[in-house]
Design a protein around this ligand. Structure first.
Ligand code: G1P
Ligand code: ZN
Length: 542
């Protein structure tokens, strides 16, 4: 029976870079999740009778919200829901399901790489029919609805069985509980040269994939071990756990330190990789070498032709503004389009839909292509494997040859987490106020060429996104970027990005932080980071 439940609005349901993210207890407040889901439905038009995809990364509170979403979808008039078995769908797999089955959209429950558990993070985001994150027009409407909501619609009934592959009717809506892995694995098999990768493993190629007890475990097991013949044990921590085993499922050098140490040690495997909570990020490490996400984007774009899915070449490349400019030189050489967008995968959607770009990436360990409308961790790992199998060289050789051919971008991001929001905003505002006075300023050896607050004009729908980060460009091509995170759940996170281009191969072996010392000093001098944040050093350096 459909019921209308009276409710009162919350004022803090503004979706951030990737949906609404809050701590679990915050989400457990009365009607909090329901209000947000109803606000999503109220921002959509003409979905009656259509299909909605529902799934999540399996974190704490996933199952509860899956149940709420299914019942609310039925009460609001959807015709069919496709739900990942056990409530599981990685973010890229959900994007694929939306596209493949021509769904109207999808609800994905995840807080990505943030920790999970009763007092950790949870999130809800809405993806549109192209499989990608909702554009700002929709997220703004969701926020507006959330501030005026007075009731939501649901079914007055107990929970449904989401753990068996089966179909049933819920009022006028049908529910299909689907295999979360099958469609995704089939897509990967189309894009990549599985026989060549299988051959690589059969010749003794050694790989470690750390699923970090997050959603990619079952995907990686099926694809790497079952279909590609990697030895049992290649995929570690493959059982998804609601609290990710107490770890932070963020595949970076801090949270995947064990993997990094192993890859730098004696007798390291040939290839190390990891993904995050919801499966859209990737970490790529070769024997003795960490590949920065910005380099990985450039190298994958330069070598994509080696994979069957991209054998015709790529149409263009897009990167988020703070991502290093390494990919720009690949686009130049290939004579294809290069697009610089604000942070957040949603800005790639229009370019991908319009066929302007094939490969996209962000410095934050996100790489992907036109095969779905989300970044895709395992996709990046498989493309690397395909390139390694085709070229018959090591990761180290491939990266060094790339630098020799294109030059090297030394790159690092310094994060100051959970700083006082007022202090962080003050720092950005102070920079913003000085932008016009900066060009020509000398800081040590560096001279500022231009300074702006990045604004993006979408070439397809002509929307404008302003205030996307303070960008300081120096003579010679180095860049310094300051922005505040849009994904945190407590306080503010200041991100400072340093990018230095070095064409000379004789200078390609410097330690990254050392190579960036001048830029790091310039950041402090320009922004007074220490005084304003009260921090002596960044919380995370990647
Ligand atoms: C971060 C990353 C950004 C990514 C987003 C979602 O956002 O910087 O590249 O798209 O997570 O995974 P931020 O916290 O910086 O707003
Ligand atoms: Zn993620």
């Amino acid at each position: 029976m459909i019921i209308t439940v009276p409710t009162k609005p919350y004022s803090d349901q503004k979706p951030g870079t990737s949906g609404l993210r809050k701590k679990v207890p915050h989400f457990q407040q009365e009607h909090y999740a329901e209000n947000f889901i109803q606000s999503i439905f109220d921002s959509l038009e003409d979905f009656k009778g259509k299909t909605l995809v529902i799934g999540g990364d399996g974190r704490f509170y996933n199952r509860e919200v899956i149940q709420k979403a299914i019942k609310m979808a039925a009460a609001n008039g959807f015709g069919r829901v496709l739900v990942g078995q056990g409530g599981i769908l990685s973010t890229p797999a959900a994007s694929n399901i939306i596209r493949k089955y021509k769904a109207f959209g999808g609800i994905i429950l995840s807080a990505s790489h943030n920790p999970g558990g009763p007092n950790e993070d949870f999130g809800i985001k809405y993806n549109i029919g192209n499989g990608g994150p909702a554009p700002e027009k929709i997220t703004d409407a969701i926020f507006a609805n959330s501030k005026t909501i007075t009731s939501y619609k649901t079914l007055d009934m107990g929970d449904v069985d989401i753990d068996r592959l089966h179909s049933f009717d819920l009022g006028a809506m049908s529910v299909e509980i689907i295999d979360p892995v099958a469609d995704y694995a089939a897509l990967m098999e189309q894009l990549f040269d599985f026989p060549a990768i299988r051959n690589l493993f059969s010749l003794g190629f050694r790989m470690v994939f750390d699923a970090m007890h997050a959603v990619t475990g079952p995907y990686a097991k099926e694809i790497l071990e079952n279909r590609l013949g990697a030895p049992d044990g290649t995929v570690r921590n493959f059982v998804p756990l609601p609290d990710f085993g107490g770890h932070h499922p963020d595949p970076n050098l801090v949270h995947a330190k064990d993997l990094f140490d192993e890859m730098m040690g004696e007798d390291a495997p040939d290839f190390g990789a990891a993904s995050d909570g919801d499966g859209d990020r990737n970490l790529i490490i070769g024997q003795g070498i960490f590949v920065t996400p910005s380099d990985s984007l450039a190298i994958l774009a330069a070598n994509a032709r080696l994979a069957p899915g991209y054998s015709g070449g790529i149409a263009g490349i897009a990167r988020s503004m703070p991502t290093s400019a390494a990919a720009d030189r690949v686009a130049d050489k290939l004579k294809i389009g290069m697009y610089e967008t604000p942070t957040g995968w949603k800005f790639f959607g229009n370019l991908l839909d319009a066929g302007k770009v094939t490969i996209c990436g962000e410095e934050s360990a996100g790489t992907g292509s036109s095969h779905v409308r989300e970044k895709d961790g395992l996709w990046a790992v498989l493309l690397w494997l395909n390139v390694l199998a085709s070229r018959g060289e090591s990761v180290q050789e491939i990266v060094r040859q790339h630098w020799a051919a294109f030059g090297r971008n030394y790159y690092s991001r310094h994060d100051y987490e959970e700083v006082d929001a007022e202090a962080a905003n003050g720092l950005i505002d102070a920079l913003r106020a000085r932008l016009e006075t900066l060009p020509g300023t000398k800081i040590g050896e560096l001279t500022i060429e231009t300074a702006d607050d990045f604004a993006y004009h979408d070439p397809i729908d002509h929307s404008e996104s302003r205030k996307q980060g303070i960008r300081i460009l120096f003579e010679g091509g180095s860049r310094l970027i300051f922005r505040l995170s849009g994904t945190g759940t407590s306080g503010a996170t200041l991100r400072v990005y340093m990018d230095r281009f070095e064409p000379d191969s004789a200078l390609h072996d410097i330690d990254t932080q050392e190579a960036l010392a001048d830029l790091i000093a310039a950041a402090e001098e320009l922004a007074d980071i220490r005084t304003r944040t009260g921090r002596d050093a960044p919380s995370v350096i990647t």
